[in-house]
Design a protein around this ligand. Structure first.
Ligand code: NAD
Length: 295
């Protein structure tokens, strides 16, 4: 049994922490928001009175916060100093690569161990313990974290040194955004050329245009009954989260002077989408804006 402090009990953190409790670990949760604390308590997760209280005496600290600034502030204000020496920090929020490296350096300077371990798979993956973890950090710290990651996730990849878990996440989501836009454009173009949705799906899903945005997240209702298009674009993966991840991709593109024109364009498109109703809709709903000529 490992003593775990789990900080950030929101949409993702609560079900992840619950899976650790169910596996028999001694979890001490904490969240700043009273509603999240109440939901965690109701879900059987013991909640401490502060972040520092949760971390005191823990072997492992897991953070699942909205953004990098929350991670760095919490590390500097209380978590790193309250933790016992050589505590293993597992930072699972989606944050910028350089923020992940800063968080890593702060933790190491304070005498701790640290990995970045962002996830994909959404709330459903968090609930079912089937998340994908992309991990950056040393081989030794990855090995120490693995038994816990295997409780919360199904596919766990060690991507390299500090920050490279976040790098893999940003690259994957940039591909996803670009491909979802391309698939939506193709379906609208097909409509205007007189192609039935099902006919285009039957071709593309078996041809070289095949990708997740067609076979799982098909942006038109019908061909894939479970895709968000069949429920008026209820997420799924909300436009606001895609816009956030593309903001991190843009930051990385600029810092590395990468000629990533498609990534830049996808960032612009999803920033506009998420500025309106798209924030709460699945990101495949971009097809509605394309059809209306609003992209
Ligand atoms: P959320 O806003 O529901 O939860 C984050 C929680 O962190 C909030 O309850 C907030 O009060 C808490 N928090 C912030 N600062 C804190 C502090 N110092 N101490 C304790 N608690 C603190 O967000 P979420 O949807 O659970 O996402 C969490 C992270 O996971 C984000 O970085 C997001 O980008 C990433 N992510 C989310 C999804 C998804 O589908 N929701 C999928 C993959 C990755």
């Amino acid at each position: 049994m490992t003593r775990i402090a789990f900080l950030g009990l929101g949409h993702m953190g609560l079900p992840m922490a619950r899976n650790l409790v169910a596996a028999g670990h001694d979890v001490h949760g904490f969240d700043l928001v009273p509603a999240a604390v109440d939901a965690a308590t109701a879900a059987g997760i013991p909640v401490a009175g502060s972040g520092a209280d949760a971390v005191t005496g823990a072997d492992v600290v897991i953070t699942m916060f909205p953004a990098g600034r929350h991670v760095i502030a919490a590390y500097q204000e209380e978590l790193l100093s309250a933790a016992q020496p050589r505590t293993l920090f597992i930072e699972s929020s989606t944050i910028a690569v350089d923020e992940a490296q800063t968080a890593h350096a702060l933790a190491i300077e304070a005498g701790h161990r640290h990995i970045d371990a962002p996830v994909s798979g959404g709330v459903v993956g968090a609930e079912n313990g089937t998340l994908a973890f992309m991990v950056g950090g040393s081989e030794e710290d990855f090995a120490a974290a693995l038994p816990l990651l295997e409780i919360m996730g199904k596919r766990i990849v060690h991507c390299g040194g500090p920050g490279l878990g976040q790098a893999a996440k940003v690259c994957n989501n940039m591909i996803l955004a670009v491909s979802q836009i391309a698939v939506a454009e193709a379906f609208v173009l097909g409509e205007r050329l007189g192609l039935e949705h099902q006919a285009l799906f039957d071709v593309v899903s078996q041809a070289s245009g095949q990708c997740w945005s067609v076979t799982t997240n098909c942006p038109v209702p019908g061909p894939v009954p479970t895709s968000p298009a069949n429920r008026d674009y209820q997420p799924g993966f909300a436009g606001a989260l895609m816009a956030k991840d593309l903001g991190l991709a843009l930051q990385a593109i600029e810092q590395t002077s990468t000629d990533a024109r498609m990534g830049r364009l996808a960032q612009e498109i999803y920033a506009a989408f998420a500025a309106g109703e798209g924030a709460g809709r699945d990101f495949s709903g971009i097809i509605t804006d394309i059809r209306a000529g609003e992209v």
